[in-house]
Design a protein around this ligand. Structure first.
Ligand SMILES: NC(=O)c1ccc[n+]([C@@H]2O[C@H](COP(=O)([O-])OP(=O)(O)OC[C@H]3O[C@@H](n4cnc5c(N)ncnc54)[C@H](OP(=O)(O)O)[C@@H]3O)[C@@H](O)[C@H]2O)c1
Length: 263
């Protein structure tokens, strides 16, 4: 048994490198996942919704990181809530890199308000991006994974999907939904040698966290037992691990990466 990090052989393409699709890869956690995957020798197609400049910069940095391994990062604009487009994006990954072996559902938004002030639009937008977006991509990738009898799916949920959070009924419901979706997809795709897991981050230092008040960020930090907030790389390395040979027997799991924020 090798103690060195590796990908399962079936994830490799004839050219050698696995192929990943990452949603919401232009910034924050998604960007760290793109850079970590290319550095680990994975070709990556990633989506973004609106910030083309950030996406091009991430693609450039990802390709630089992957240069040694001969892999690259490529961006494509897409709103994950668009069901039919998700199939096109999966097809794009296949036409660009030959196949698809890894799917990371990371794209997500928040529109916070207490229930009695939450608008229908806030509810719908969050559920459509976070939960439906995740379904759309699993649905689009499932046929390839079933046919190839292999695949890794990692869904980014949140500790707030496990515990609920004041002012985040839409967000917490979407993230709790992702957990149910993860477990069901693990059951349905397990017989086809596909691992499906979720990562539940605590507060991670990205633009999503920057939108919070200093007092709320400070409280989140105090709630951790390690006395610090997470970094995007903390999530990226966990995602990489879940796609590796070393995690082959893990499926249907929700792994908290939160410094003990929700114990
Ligand atoms: N940061 C945290 O503390 C934290 C904690 C727990 C869970 N999470 C989860 O981790 C994931 C990433 O969060 P983050 O903090 O990195 O967020 P972020 O910095 O705001 O980045 C979000 C990314 O998702 C993309 N995106 C958003 N909505 C999209 C849509 N409908 N279609 C396609 N792309 C979309 C954005 O693209 P554009 O820039 O082009 O809009 C961007 O690339 C989310 O699912 C979030 O819920 C974050």
């Amino acid at each position: 048994m090798s103690l060195i990090f590796s990908f399962p052989p079936e994830l490799l393409t004839p050219k050698g490198a696995p192929v990943a699709l990452v949603t919401g890869g232009s910034r924050g956690i998604g960007k760290a996942i793109v850079l970590t995957l290319t550095a680990a020798g994975v070709n990556v197609l990633f989506t973004y919704r609106s910030d083309e400049k950030a996406a091009l910069e991430t693609a450039k940095q990802g390709t630089e990181k992957g240069e040694k391994a001969g892999v690259k990062a490529v961006s494509i604009q897409n709103d994950v809530s668009d069901f039919s487009k998700s199939k096109e994006i999966v097809e794009k990954a296949v036409s660009q890199f030959g196949t698809l072996s890894i799917l990371i559902n990371n794209a997500g938004i928040n529109r916070d308000a207490v229930i009695w002030k939450m608008t229908e639009k806030d509810w719908d937008e969050v559920l459509d991006s976070n939960l439906k977006g995740c379904f759309n991509y699993i649905r689009a990738a499932a046929s390839i994974f079933r046919e190839e009898k292999r695949g890794k799916i990692v869904n980014i949920t949140s500790i707030n999907g496990l515990r609920g959070k004041f002012g985040q009924s839409n967000y917490s419901a979407s993230k709790a939904g992702i957990i149910g979706l993860t477990k069901t997809a693990a059951r349905e795709l397990g017989p086809y040698n596909v691992n499906v897991n979720a990562i539940a981050p605590g507060l991670i230092e990205t633009s999503m966290a920057e939108k919070m008040s200093d007092a709320m960020r400070e409280q989140a930090k105090k709630d951790t037992v390690l006395g610090r907030l997470g970094k995007p790389e903390d999530i990226a390395f966990t995602a990489l691990f879940l796609c590796s040979s070393q995690a082959e027997h893990i499926t249907g799991e929700v792994i908290k990466v939160d410094g003990g924020q929700y114990l």
